[in-house]
Design a protein around this ligand. Structure first.
Ligand code: GLY
Length: 369
């Protein structure tokens, strides 16, 4: 049987997680259809692309998942680049976290994984850093990927190359289930308002911050982030700076991505706000005063898919045949490699690798019940 003879597995959501899962499913020989309402609103186009389990100070199972994912990134990217013929913009630039004292540094949750820096060493890594930062941690193993300009395009092209079908501009209105809570299909609506039922027995929910709208028992809510990019003299910043509330991510071509506000009360309110932009400006000035003079290039916003413990929802749920890959909050780009491997294994009837499978209970949808 060729993939197109298999009943389709539906991927609900065409953002980074949806594309990554679709690609891995297709690589396992599945017939895959991605249904997406408006790809431009996906967090994958918004995030800064940091691969930063250590710099973000994760702990517990989130740190474990982040580390497992970081360890898989280069082979995952190699698969995408081989299938698409396009670069993903992966860079192991290392990330520096500055602190106001050595005590603060030594108490950071992931301090044991970093190289401690004093003020002189910090300045070597980050020339121009404001004087209030007197200590730091260098996480040389953390990095970044150019998700906005390279990864998303390469993933989509890799999916197309592997035979994934796309329905863009189509909203999933409902999940259809039988009396035994088995998935039967989805009811969709296209941009002209035509409603259709698509039958399927397997689907993966990758709808980001909107995941709770399809399955209200999932406690996923949006945390808005506003961002901007700056044009720098080439080589002005070598490492990512991850300060409290603000980070600067230097791309290869001299663009620096600056993030991000974290607005829990904003809901799905769209657009930039003067307060958000002021917060970013103050954050830049507090870290790297000279960067205030670098010309801004673009400004944008998006919605992180958050959960009460800020961990993702992975694996099975109350509807048999529906798999979850959502709720990655600040770490979707980092966790896409491990998530897509794990969920594609589960949804295709395979056996996931034991290191990832062991984390499933920590990220199960009913952990708050
Ligand atoms: N991971 C960075 C952010 O969500 O802003």
């Amino acid at each position: 049987m060729t993939p197109s003879d298999h009943p389709a597995t539906l991927v609900l959501g065409g953002g980074l997680m949806g594309l990554a899962v679709a690609h891995q499913l297709a690589r396992r020989g599945e017939n895959v259809q991605v249904i997406s309402r408006r790809r431009s609103e996906a967090a994958g186009f918004v995030a800064a692309g940091m691969l930063a389990p250590h710099a973000e100070g994760l702990s517990g199972p989130l740190l474990q998942l982040g580390q497992l994912s970081l360890g898989r990134v280069s082979s995952w990217v190699a698969q995408i680049e081989a299938d698409s013929g396009l670069p993903c913009g992966l860079r192991t630039t290392g990330i520096v976290v500055p602190f106001r004292s050595e005590d603060e540094r030594d108490q950071y949750p992931t301090a044991a994984f970093g190289e401690p820096l004093n003020r002189a060493q910090l300045l070597q890594e980050l020339p121009g850093l404001a004087p209030s930062w007197t200590a730091g941690l260098l996480f040389a193993q953390d990095g970044q990927i150019d998700n906005r300009r390279q990864l998303m395009r390469a993933l989509e092209s890799a999916c197309v190359d592997r035979g994934v079908h796309f329905q863009e501009g189509v909203e999933v209105l409902d999940l259809l289930r039988d009396q035994n809570s088995r998935l039967k299909g989805v009811r969709t609506c296209d941009s002209e308002g035509h409603e259709t039922s698509l039958m399927c027995s397997t689907a993966v929910l990758c709808s980001g911050a909107w995941s709770g709208q399809l399955l209200p028992e999932l406690p996923v809510f949006p945390v808005k982030g506003q961002m901007l990019s700056l044009q720098t003299p080439r080589g002005a910043l070598r490492r990512v700076i991850f300060g409290p509330g603000t980070y600067l991510v230097p791309r290869e071509d001299g663009l620096v991505v600056v993030g991000a506000t974290s607005e829990r009360d904003a809901g799905f309110s769209e657009g930039l706000t003067p307060q958000g932009q002021t917060t970013l400006k103050q954050g830049i000035a507090a870290l790297l005063p000279e960067a205030i003079h670098w010309p801004p290039m673009e400004r944008w916003w998006g919605f992180r898919p958050c959960t009460p413990d800020e961990g993702p929802l992975l694996g099975a749920c109350a509807i048999q045949g529906l798999w979850l890959a959502c709720g990655h909050h600040r770490n979707g780009v980092l966790m896409a490699s491990a998530t897509s491997e794990l969920i594609a294994d589960l949804a295709s009837g395979g056996t996931p690798r034991s290191d990832l499978a062991a984390l499933l209970p920590s990220f199960s949808w009913d952990r708050w019940l």
